[in-house]
Design a protein around this ligand. Structure first.
Ligand code: MN
Ligand code: MN
Length: 459
């Protein structure tokens, strides 16, 4: 054997590619950017996913419906969690399901249930942040409000303000540096308190009636005109503030994409494009777009709920096979982002086991923290299977670990799938500035994740 054959070396994908490959990478990124702008919350991602599924011949399925071989279905769980599946000709209890799971919620600022107040000429909404944010990153950004308000009569009003060029945006105040002496001396994690992340929403007093809190009253009148809501309707609302930025190319050569919420739409989108691109009719595949990953996957739209089990039970029952055998034969790529090695913060990474941008999709055998705690840790056998599948398909891939051993860590939905006796491993796109309001990925890695997922379901 030659030295080259013996050694494992990391390689920038574009160092050995041609111009037609770069064109494919850039063309794929355009679809992804459009998805990012249309799907900033889990509800919006489900809506876009359903539209994409319908265009590709998928029909709605509800638990208990009939399922036939060759069928293509989508199952919308409460508008926040989407399952897409297609049934092939091979016996399901022998070949199992090819499962791809990603999450469609992202860190953000949620509005509290009793949020509205005014003080000193300004009206604000109280908030409670969602997921692992660095609080100091959120003041002084243009924010958009997304979500729903459910009125007492059950009517649901959709809210989306701040995305159109002509919309107003919303804003969290920060302290001027001139008066920031005490603030600057605080550790980064406590410089901005959770209770100070209040969102500015208005300043004109309501003059048609006498009384207190006239700015707040004016805002309530505006909300009532637009949505038919009263103050108590905030109690049954889910409103979230997200960055009002659109996805943009970054850098002179445009190779990177800056956007809110790459984590984890950058894996959710390739799961869907891979499923729709696959022409295979033998295998059966299941795409899961889960909610609530950023708060621990709890709740009935999160990955730790038994909804996936129910669905596999129903599919197995409809085909007359054992659900336990289907699960035992199934394989899953848990598709989520990982930390890209960042030379600006090299001290937290172990370079030999880090993911690098533009080096392809990243396989994580294990995640977790403090001694692999909370990890799925895929078996060597399944790792061997997956790398074989990727290599045979010519996919550019690398392996990774999330930072130095003692530096922290993180988890994914993998363990909520593998616990059901399903071989599962983490795969995904390396991200720069993960969980920041504006994250960055390389188009190459997004495209290679699409190719990797396609190779997996076609294998
Ligand atoms: Mn994630
Ligand atoms: Mn995350």
């Amino acid at each position: 054997m030659t030295n080259e054959q013996l050694q494992m070396k990391k390689k920038h994908v574009l160092e050995s590619s041609d111009t037609s490959y770069i064109q494919d990478v850039f063309a794929y990124a355009e679809g992804y950017k459009a998805f990012l702008d249309a799907a900033k919350t889990e509800r919006e991602a489900v809506n876009v996913g359903v539209d994409m599924a319908k265009k590709n011949g998928y029909v709605e399925y509800r638990l208990g419906d009939a399922i036939r071989r060759g069928g293509k279905y989508y199952f919308n769980n409460r508008g926040k969690n989407l399952f897409l599946f297609r049934i092939g000709t091979a016996p399901l209890d022998e070949v199992g399901l090819r499962i791809m799971a990603a999450h469609i919620d992202s860190p953000r600022i949620d509005i509290k249930q009793n949020p509205l107040y005014e003080d000193s000429g300004m009206c604000f909404l109280k908030t409670h942040y969602y997921g692992g944010i660095k609080k100091y990153q959120w003041p002084t950004l243009p924010l958009a409000l997304h979500g729903v308000v459910v009125l007492k009569d059950g009517t649901t009003k959709q809210v989306c303000i701040g995305e159109d060029e002509n919309d107003p945006i919303f804003y969290i105040n920060d302290l001027l540096p001139h008066l920031g002496q005490d603030q600057s001396a605080k550790p980064l994690g406590s410089a901005i308190a959770g209770e100070s992340l209040n969102i500015f929403v208005g300043g004109i007093p309501y003059m048609a009636e006498e009384g207190d809190d006239r700015i707040k009253m004016n805002v309530l009148h505006l909300l009532n005109e637009k949505y038919g809501m009263i103050e108590a309707d905030f109690l049954s609302a889910e409103l979230s503030a997200v960055p009002a930025f659109k996805a943009r190319d970054v850098g002179f050569d445009r190779l990177f994409i800056g956007a809110y919420g790459h984590d984890d739409r950058v894996c959710a989108y390739p799961e869907m494009t891979a499923l729709f691109a696959s022409t295979d009719t033998v295998n059966s595949s299941l795409v899961i777009l889960a909610d609530k990953e950023e708060t621990g996957s709890d709740g009935n739209t999160g990955m730790s709920a038994d909804v996936m089990l129910d669905l596999i039970d129903e599919i197995s029952h409809a085909l007359g096979v054992s659900a336990a055998r289907v699960r035992a034969a199934s394989k899953c790529l848990s598709a989520d982002v990982t930390a890209a090695y960042d030379p600006n913060f090299s001290e937290v990474y172990e370079k030999r086991n880090s993911a690098f941008v533009s080096h392809g999709t990243a396989i994580c055998k294990f995640t977790g923290s403090r001694g692999k705690s909370g990890t799925n840790d895929a078996s060597a056998e399944f790792m061997g299977y997956v790398r074989g599948v990727f290599d045979r398909a010519g996919v550019a891939w690398q392996t990774c670990e999330l930072g130095k051993v003692d530096q922290g860590g993180g988890g994914t939905v993998a363990k909520f799938i593998s616990k059901h006796n399903i071989d599962t491993i983490d795969v995904g796109v390396p991200v720069i500035s993960m969980h920041a309001p504006y994250e960055m990925v390389s188009k190459v890695d997004v495209y290679e994740t699409h190719r990797a997922l396609l190779a997996f379901i076609d294998a």
